[in-house]
Every structure is written in C-alpha cells, then in structure tokens.
Design a protein around this ligand. Structure first.
Ligand code: DQA
Length: 143
C-alpha cells in the first residue's frame, strides 16, 4: 500500500520561510517524517512538491493508479483552488488535509478551505508533526 504526499506552492521554502509561523524543518524533513510514519505501518510513500497548480492536479490523478490515500498541504491553493478540489473528488481517494500553521488563528482569507468538507480529516496547527498524524490516519483507516 502506498500514500501520495502532496505539498503545494512555497512549501519548498520550508526551513527559511517565515520560521516564526512554519518552524525550521525543511521540506526534506517533512517528507522524511511522513515516510517514516508510513514505513512504520509497512506502507510506501511517494512525495511530490510543486508551485504549479496543474502539476499538483496531474500528481493527484496519477495517485489513482497506485495509491490508497493522499496527504495534502495545498498551501495557498487551499483557499483558492476549485480545480484541486475537483481533482481530489475525481480520484475518489481518501485524503487528509494538513496545514502546519493554525490557519484559523491567521488572516480571514485562510479560514476558508475548498478541501475541508470533502477531506477524511483535517490537521491544522500541529506543526510538521501533523504530517505523521495524517499518514497514520490513512494507514489506520484503510489497512
Ligand atoms: C499553509 C497555510 C496556508 O494558508 C499558506 O498559504 C501556506 C501554508 C500551512 O501549512 O500552514 O502556504 O498551508
């Protein structure tokens, strides 16, 4: 069994980007944290990061071939992208929405998500450890 981990725009800058909000872990750290959690359950994990909406959508489509679930931090696209919502709906895989920061404690425009109401679960404000929690949710519920 395999999980697709999708990180959206600007998450390649993790570690140096607004560390007071996002901490100092890098994208490589995030991917390792998620992969370790998957491997603890005997699962594989494929990690994708892109700053381009269409690339994220293509990656979501590809998951239909060989993944049992998706962990996604869509970054700012969370608050704007009907297309990413439709892609997740389209592949009909269970997915967990992750945000490193507590988006509800930030600007109003971050309080809206195009993904939350169709997500299996939503993890916000748990820092990068939220990625491991998200993976565990999927490995537990689709074992
Ligand atoms: C984020 C929150 C989003 O509002 C923001 O645009 C990001 C990161 C988070 O992980 O806290 O890029 O998804």
């Amino acid at each position: 069994n395999r999980i697709l981990l999708v990180n959206g725009p600007n998450l390649n800058l993790l570690g140096t980007r607004e560390p007071a909000i996002y901490g100092t872990a890098t994208l490589a750290d995030v991917e390792r944290i998620a992969r370790d959690a998957a491997q603890e359950a005997g699962w594989d994990l494929r990690a994708v990061q892109s700053n381009h909406e269409g690339v994220l959508i293509d990656a979501i489509h590809t998951a239909r071939e060989d993944c049992a679930g998706i962990v996604i931090n869509a970054g700012a696209y969370t608050h704007t992208s009907i297309a990413i919502r439709d892609a997740l709906h389209g592949v009909a895989l269970p997915f967990v929405e992750v945000h490193i920061s507590n988006v509800h404690a930030r600007e109003d425009f971050r309080h809206t998500s195009y993904l939350s109401d169709i997500a299996a679960c939503v993890i916000v404000g748990a820092g990068v450890a939220g990625y491991a929690d998200a993976v565990r949710h999927l490995t537990r519920s689709s074992a």
